[in-house]
Design a protein around this ligand. Structure first.
Ligand code: ASP
Length: 309
């Protein structure tokens, strides 16, 4: 019987000081929930889904309830899940009313022939499977959105240069608080899951990396598992999660995470974080953003969490 491990993150970006304690407590809670399931002999898929749901229900994170708002003030949430045993996976995108987008991603993976479903049609599928609905737009996020909109006239820089020029933002952190989880269970099966409201003030209809297999997440029992956070466009263009998994053929999880982030910095600049998990149950964390909020739980090391690497 192999050891169980879970690693979860609450997003790469700029975590303001007053929010850091709540973020760390949220990822610790999520890692603990997932690890308990693994200890009870449950699957890695169930553990990552439960850990992500825990964070979707925690408004400190930009996922599920608490999702950040797009340019016109609406939530458009994305999520993805992948099973390393079968290499099946799916994503959902542009959701406004599904309480736990990660559950809908699992429905798409298990009950349909598709790997990506978006918008109203995806929400209808959720209804057909009885998934709970919720208003994902919280008053705090509306306040933040109003403030960001007021700053539109002042800005000139950022990772998202063309959008930023377009919407002319300054001083507004576009990233942060997306959630993800990777696990390996007693059978050695790996799984990955993630969920996000996306980047703040994104153009309506923009879909990020989180629901895209290979970009926002990847899991393959023969390689490892990985999930990315940060500027989704970078993760998609460089297919970072698959690339980190390929690297784990020869490297440890930490070496693969560090190598992937070095490559991203060289080819695309700053704005990305990644967590990885290898076939031996070792995890890795790397980012080129100021912070990445994460927690890991293993049998030998217990529960550990950090705001930086
Ligand atoms: N990767 C997410 C996206 O681009 C955002 C994030 O991780 O903060 O939608």
């Amino acid at each position: 019987m192999k050891g169980s491990t879970i690693i979860v993150h609450g997003g790469a970006g700029d975590w303001p000081e007053p929010k850091q304690a709540a973020g760390l407590s949220g990822v610790r809670q999520a890692a603990t929930r997932g690890f308990r399931l693994l200890q009870q002999g449950r699957t890695a898929m169930l553990a990552v889904e439960a850990a992500v749901m825990e964070m979707e229900d925690n408004p400190v994170f930009n996922a599920g309830r608490g999702s950040t708002l797009n340019l016109v003030g609406n939530v458009e949430a994305d999520a993805g899940i992948m099973d390393g045993k079968t290499r099946c996976g799916a994503g959902v995108a542009l959701l406004q009313r599904v309480k736990n987008p990660i559950r809908l991603a699992r429905v798409v993976m298990e009950k349909t022939d598709h790997a990506l479903l978006a918008g109203n049609s995806a929400e209808k599928l959720g209804e057909a499977f009885g998934l709970p609905k919720a208003n994902l737009k919280l008053p705090e996020r509306v306040q933040q959105w109003k403030q960001a909109r007021r700053q539109l006239e002042k800005a000139d820089h950022g990772d998202f240069s063309r959008n930023l020029k377009l919407i002319r933002i300054k001083g507004q952190s576009l990233l942060g608080d997306t959630v993800g989880a990777l696990a390996i269970d007693r059978n050695g099966d790996l799984a990955a899951a993630d969920s996000t409201g996306g980047v703040s003030l994104k153009l309506p209809g923009r879909i990020g990396d989180s629901p895209i297999l290979g970009a926002g997440l990847y899991a393959d029992n023969k390689l490892g598992a990985a999930t990315a956070t940060g500027v989704g466009e970078i993760a998609m263009r460089l297919v970072v999660s698959k690339s980190a998994c390929d690297a784990m053929q020869a490297l440890t999880a930490q070496q693969a995470a560090s190598q992937t982030v070095r490559k991203v910095t060289r080819l695309a600049g700053r704005g990305l974080g990644i967590v990885t998990l290898d076939r031996k149950g070792r995890f890795g964390v790397a980012h080129n953003t100021p912070h990445l909020c994460w927690a890991g739980f293993t049998r030998s090391r217990g529960l550990i969490s950090q705001m930086r690497q």
